[in-house]
Design a protein around this ligand. Structure first.
Ligand code: CU
Length: 221
């Protein structure tokens, strides 16, 4: 009897854990280096509705050609002290790469995260503001197989390649896991902590090395 009820409690707990959460709304609120921009992402039938509003900072006088202002979904969150380099590469689950420019009429040429490639660069204005624009994106999804998902990502604005502003993509109902290797103050002499620091340190070194490589790669883009 007791065993039975424990078993059913476990079964219910298992079911609850297996349920996939449905995410419908996300946003990136960028406020950096004088740039004030808001990206919202709403799941709608047929894709993802993207609304882009720029209140300030995308100035014609500051725009550096030939590339100008691009904006993308990047794979990693923003690093400490608003480090946009920590965001890594563009979201590109289909491995399209950046060798050829994105042709909006042929989405197979576009990286999923290449929003400006698909919808056009920001054109710097006199006031630095840009009227709100809305797009229906058929590639972005909140969840999906591995790299397809938009959870834990960021949005970055570039000026002629240089990353000038960024913010995390906050998806409603999703809590990002604590960053790997973050100095956790919980190791207050707990006996089982004696074994973990070694692997933890190795992991930290590994991820630092990886982000270093990613940073170097991005310098070339
Ligand atoms: Cu970018």
């Amino acid at each position: 009897m007791l065993f039975k009820s424990i078993a059913s409690v476990l079964a219910i707990a298992g079911l609850a854990a297996a349920q996939t959460k449905e995410y419908t709304h996300g946003h990136a609120d960028i406020k950096m280096n004088g740039i004030d921009a808001m990206f919202t992402f709403d799941k709608v039938p047929g894709g993802m509705n993207i609304t882009v509003t720029v209140n300030s900072g995308i100035n014609a006088t500051a725009q550096i050609l030939p590339v100008g202002y691009e904006y993308h979904v990047h794979v990693n969150p923003v690093g400490p002290n608003n480090n946009c380099m920590a965001t890594g590469l563009h979201l590109d689950p289909a491995k399209v790469g950046v060798v050829k420019p994105c042709e909006p009429a042929n989405l197979t040429t576009c990286q999923t995260g290449d929003l400006s490639g698909k919808y056009g660069n920001f054109i710097g204005s006199e006031t630095g503001a840009i009227p709100t624009k809305t797009y229906l994106d058929t590639q972005l999804t909140f969840t999906g197989e591995g790299e397809n998902a938009m959870l834990g990502r960021s949005v970055v604005i570039h000026n002629n390649g240089t990353r000038v502003a960024c913010a995390n993509l906050i998806v409603e109902g999703y809590t990002a896991p604590a960053p790997t290797g973050s100095a956790s103050p919980s190791g207050t002499g707990a006996p089982q902590a004696s074994k973990t620091p070694t692997s933890g340190a190795a992991k930290l070194v590994g991820s630092v090395a990886l982000s270093g490589v990613a940073a170097l790669m991005m310098l070339a883009l």
